[in-house]
Ligand binder design. Structure first.
Ligand SMILES: [Zn+2]
Length: 101
């Protein structure tokens, strides 16, 4: 009876250790992602978007829902809605001039 229960207990302990290790690596992974997120949002804060209006329509961002953010050759542009991207792509230089003012 004792000989049977001994390996079972060991096996059980081994499972717990593996489970704890798994939990630990997941936690540090989540922490790493959080840190990366904080760092990247901090960097974004340094180069703040100069306009609070849609580059195409001139409407205040957020009034049509979540602003649509687009990256144009490394330049961040924001629109009141996704269809504005099509209009922007027709004459990007014209709209980018607004941003540089
Ligand atoms: Zn729009």
């Amino acid at each position: 009876m004792k000989n049977e229960s001994d390996p079972l207990t060991r096996n059980h302990e081994g499972t717990i250790v593996v489970a704890m290790r798994k939990k630990f690596s997941t936690t540090s992974y989540v922490l790493f992602i959080c840190l990366a997120f904080v760092l990247s949002s901090g960097l974004q804060g340094c180069s703040q978007y100069p306009l609070d209006t849609c580059l195409v329509t001139g409407k205040k961002l957020g009034t049509m829902g979540e602003p649509y953010v687009h990256d144009h050759n490394g330049t961040t542009v924001k629109f009141c809605c996704e269809p504005c991207l099509d209009k922007f792509n027709e004459e990007p230089d014209k709209y980018l001039a607004k941003l540089r003012k």
